[in-house]
Design a protein around this ligand. Sequence first.
Ligand SMILES: [Zn+2]
Length: 125
Amino acid sequence: MANAHPYSAPELLRFVERLGKEFETRGLAGEANSLRVYYAAVRKGRVDPSGALRVAWSPGHVLEWLKILGLEPYKNFYRVLPFETERCPGCTRSRMSVTVELSCGPIRRVRCRACKEVWVEEIKA
Ligand SMILES: [Zn+2]
């Protein structure tokens, strides 16, 4: 794994520990909490090749992904259509009025700007 910084993972972990202790000493509990998550990711090799961990999860984000993927308790929340569906399922306008709101690999959440219909498009394997 390529490193974008000059330190080995053990060295980086020592810096993270030092910084975390200082955050706690200074009462920066939020920073200390997120640094704990980063520490665990570095320790388990779950950071990207640059050493970064990009995490921005929230309850709203979790619920939206349950809806997008059609998992309980949001089964069938969004209509799922093939990728690049030609017409809006709400108002039948052309693709020109569709905005891709979220794109993640084979899955997209799209919205019709005309009628506000939202659906999921998925490339089926
Ligand atoms: Zn529409």
